[in-house]
Ligand binder design. Structure first.
Ligand SMILES: Nc1nc2c(ncn2[C@@H]2O[C@H](COP(=O)(O)OP(=O)(O)OP(=O)(O)O)[C@@H](O)[C@H]2O)c(=O)[nH]1
Ligand SMILES: [Mg+2]
Length: 316
């Protein structure tokens, strides 16, 4: 039986266990700035998962779904062990919840902001020595990824990418299922990873994955849509495999329509989290990669600092 949390900390406090790590962290904070994440990243090894993708591709819904699944019990081999951005998660889940008698859940569009925002999860493995994992998830607005696609200068502002352990680029499944929009879904996703690579923002050893989101919509499009998914994957594979040896592909429906099998879809998300939250073992490919991550620990928050400095300078 999973052990209950040893101590429930008061809001904003941390209670250390024998490993010197907090048993349960309960911070009622909103999403964190780069500077605020240093409280976690300078203390513990932390997996940074970047959810990238065009507007409406499903990044925020994926964040909300991860939090909701962990709130219901063990998920992906982890128990929820706290979060410093509880209110941030609650905020994005709010619009997602179906209130009784309500309509289909939806997500509010993420507003472009001056600072990168991070969502924190402390996880505890459900088996073995029940080690804790610290995870930060970053999800900017799709608009900002659009700017990064079109301008190297904008892309270079996303300095957190250089610290990413996993970069997940969402390919909008709803668009892929539509004759009219399918090419734009492919071009947007490919353009984002292209821009990251061109600007040398992808660290060596980073797990890079294209995720076909809204699988329920792709399946709903029948064999034609599934065939187009396969073609898109082949094209992405051919374009990026040489530059990204660890490239992976995945298809998920995190918020399937009411007629779909929720359990089946939850398994897809669980398997994704298990991969993204696990540190990768370096392989020989990592030495062969030309791109190197910055060894500067403060690089992580530079995006935040730089953006807020710019904002301050811009003020009259
Ligand atoms: N059918 C279906 N709809 C989904 C799924 N995932 C997300 N959606 C819907 O897709 C829409 C856009 O999702 P968001 O999560 O807001 O997209 P985003 O990438 O955060 O978009 P921006 O904030 O604009 O960058 C919402 O209406 C979601 O309900 C899914 O698995 N299946
Ligand atoms: Mg969003």
């Amino acid at each position: 039986m999973p052990e209950p949390p040893a101590v429930v900390a008061a809001q904003g406090s941390v209670v250390a266990d024998a490993e010197g790590q907090a048993s349960v962290d309960l911070f009622a904070g909103y999403e964190m700035s780069g500077a605020e994440t240093e409280d976690v990243t300078l203390r513990w090894p932390t997996q940074l998962i970047v959810l990238a993708g065009a507007e409406g591709s499903g990044k925020t819904t994926m964040l909300a779904a991860l939090y909701e699944h962990l709130g219901r019990g063990s998920f992906a081999g982890f128990d929820f062990a706290g979060s410093r951005s509880l209110l941030g998660f609650e905020k994005i889940c709010h619009a997602n919840r179906v209130v009784s008698g309500g309509t289909r859940p939806t997500t509010e569009r993420t507003i472009p902001s001056d600072e990168a925002a991070y969502y924190h999860l402390a996880l505890r493995e459900t088996s073995g020595d029940r080690r804790r994992r610290q995870v930060l998830l970053s999800a900017l607005s799709g608009e900002q990824y659009g700017w990064a696609r079109n301008s190297r200068e904008e892309c270079e502002k996303l300095t957190f990418l250089r610290r990413a352990n996993a970069i997940v680029v969402l390919v909008d499944g709803a668009k892929l299922a539509s004759l009219e929009h399918r090419n734009s879904a492919h071009t947007a996703a490919a353009g984002i990873l292209d821009a990251f690579l061109d600007a040398e923002m992808v660290p060596s050893g980073c797990h890079v994955e294209f995720v076909f989101s809204k699988l329920d919509r792709i399946r709903g499009g029948g064999d034609v849509a599934l065939g187009f998914l396969k073609q898109t994957q082949d094209k992405l594979e051919a374009k990026f495999r040489a530059h990204v040896p660890h490239l992976a592909f995945r298809e998920i429906a995190v918020r399937p329509g009411p007629t779909n099998d929720d359990e089946d879809h939850a398994k897809g998300l669980a398997s994704a989290l298990a991969t993204w939250a696990s540190p990768r073992t370096p392989s020989r490919f990592d030495d062969e990669r030309a791109m190197r991550p910055s060894s500067d620990a403060r690089e992580f928050s530079k995006y935040g600092w730089r953006r807020s400095d710019e904002a301050r300078r811009a003020k009259p």
